[in-house]
Design a protein. Structure first.
Length: 444
């Protein structure tokens, strides 16, 4: 990605800690991630990148890789950092980033670290947010909500075998896709975050943590958020945190994803933003004016027969990745794939045209040709989809496009007058299911 923030380094003792600063909002917010992270590869996972940008839209977000993880210095398995060492790393990153006081967001396994920092350095913490987190994982007579010891004992070994293969994703994020660019980017994020041996060793240590004794000492305003169907870290852990941290606010949300950037991430981030800033973002409108782009591969059936199903599947994966990159490059939203194409929306028709032209050119490197169709109109916003007359019309425009052609409606041409874009009149068409005739133009 072109807009990945600059990676910098803080130092504590002999260990270099990689960190990034995102946004310039009025409050500082340190994100304490799960036990494994990679602050550069995170930007390749589209839902995670959107979440980080959202956090950076109302704060100065400071994110880092713990020692032994990601871009920070590796740590020998015989010298794993303690919780105290990791807290020193938070201090070092804050100092390097020029942050005197900050809010903390503890994500999942990063929660105990955030809890300890808030308890031991209250003068540097303005607020604490714990998302799908816990104070202790193991069951005990005085902690019946924990996981049985025999189950926990098997987990590090399972994690070591599954790491980087994609097998952890349906457990930690049931709503996540199990193929395609997001899946591929997430599995790579796991692999570059830490090695399987490091994962097994650190998780064995993490599962022995117990920060319950410090919960009553936390003085910072605290928000605990947990998804009700989270099977990875069951909701009882979040309820326990809220009950034992003085004056903590508790929000239980629907959903089963442990990774907070999957599922209804916006709903969760709305709660975080309101708690930290006092302002909840306005509700999204049900309808919006946008330019709709459809792409469609030419002669896909023939290509499948020519190269075989397995190779065609690989080509489609490469095409999906290309479409994601191009739409993101021109600041559009990739709504969904259509099998051998995609539906995307843009808030500017000129950028939508430029994106379509770039896609039509770029796919030649995959030995493909696509037809593209665009129309600007009012869309109905659905859950993870769009609908309405403008979408139907854009699809019909695409049907009329020639191989390699970008075809647009007269509405699009009128809206980009004076932009310098050239068009060739293709005449008027009666489009299936669309009233009246429409004048269409090919982008020159």
């Amino acid at each position: 990605m072109d807009d990945v923030p600059e990676t910098q380094y803080a130092k504590t003792g002999t260990v270099h800690i990689a960190y990034q600063v995102v946004g310039d909002g009025p409050i500082d917010l340190v994100l304490i991630p799960e036990w494994f992270s990679h602050i550069e590869a995170a930007w390749d996972v589209a839902p995670l990148a959107r979440t980080l940008r959202r956090l950076g839209s109302f704060s100065r977000l400071i994110m880092f890789d713990k020692g032994g993880s990601g871009l920070s210095d590796p740590v020998p398995l015989t010298e794993l950092p303690s919780l105290e060492n990791w807290i020193e790393q938070v201090q070092a990153v804050m100092d390097a980033a020029g942050s005197e006081r900050t809010a903390l967001l503890g994500d999942g396994g990063g929660g105990p670290m955030a809890i300890m920092f808030a308890a031991t350095h209250p003068e540097r913490v303005t607020a604490l947010v714990l998302v799908n987190s816990f104070a202790r994982m193991a069951r005990s007579p005085d902690y019946p909500v924990g996981v049985p010891i025999e189950d926990l004992g098997r987990f590090p070994g399972w994690l070591e075998r599954a790491w980087g293969t994609g097998r952890t994703l349906p457990v930690a994020a049931p709503s996540a896709p199990l193929q395609g660019p997001v899946y591929d980017a997430y599995t790579r994020l796991e692999r570059v975050s830490a090695s399987p041996g490091t994962v097994e060793a650190i998780m064995s240590m993490v599962l022995e943590l117990d920060v319950r004794p410090v919960l009553p000492t936390i003085s910072a305003p605290t928000l605990v958020i947990h998804r009700a169907g989270n099977a990875y870290v069951p909701v009882e852990h979040g309820r326990y945190l809220a009950e034992h941290i003085p004056s903590a606010e508790y929000v239980e949300l629907p959903g089963s994803d442990h990774h907070y950037f999957f599922g209804d991430a916006d709903g969760l981030l709305d709660e975080v933003q309101e708690f930290l800033t006092g302002v909840r973002p306005p509700a999204e409108p049900d309808r919006v004016l946008a330019t709709v782009l459809f792409t469609d591969v030419v002669s896909s059936t023939g290509r499948t027969a020519q190269i075989g199903d397995r190779r065609w599947h690989d080509v489609l994966n490469d095409l999906d990745a290309l479409l994601h990159r191009q739409v993101e490059r021109f600041r559009g939203t990739l709504v969904k794939g259509t099998g051998d194409g995609a539906l995307a929306t843009f808030d500017g028709p000129a950028r939508a045209i430029e994106c379509a032209c770039s896609i039509a050119k770029s796919v030649r490197g995959l030995d493909l040709e696509v037809r593209c169709g665009l129309h600007t109109g009012e869309l109905e916003l659905l859950h993870d989809d769009v609908g309405g007359y403008a979408v139907n019309l854009a699809a019909r425009v695409t049907d009329q496009a020639k191989p390699g052609e970008v075809l647009v409606s007269r509405t699009v041409v009128d809206l980009v007058a004076g932009s310098g874009l050239g068009f060739e009149d293709r005449g008027t068409y009666s489009l299936k299911g669309v009233p009246e005739e429409w004048q269409l133009y090919a982008v020159g």
